[in-house]
Design a protein around this ligand. Sequence first.
Ligand SMILES: [Zn+2]
Length: 125
Amino acid sequence: MDHATPLEQALHVARALVLADLAAGEVADADVVSLVEDSVTHRRWWVEQWPEGVDYLAGLVAQDVKDALLEKYGRWPLCPVCAHGEPHALDVEPELGPDPHWVCSEAGVRVAAVGGLGPVFHPGR
Ligand SMILES: [Zn+2]
């Protein structure tokens, strides 16, 4: 495998960040990892059509995986901020931009960078 090009590096980083968040939520089983691979494959095609979108890959892969998990498994990642009411998933912001974060749209709180959910779910570490 050749990860030398900026595009491949960006895809590699996006994949690693989303896998880290899945691992933090302890949902990184083989089926879920394959959802990440599907998204990376799709986004590789997408960014080849639109190279300016290379900085947006991490947010897009996170959003793809979130949507795919909602269909197959349920809400992910669950909001760790709101103690009351219905459990709900965090959203990715910006939807199409660099430096993506997980946010709780109910409380209007930035929870973590994409790839940074670990410390939120394991605060003692
Ligand atoms: Zn919330």
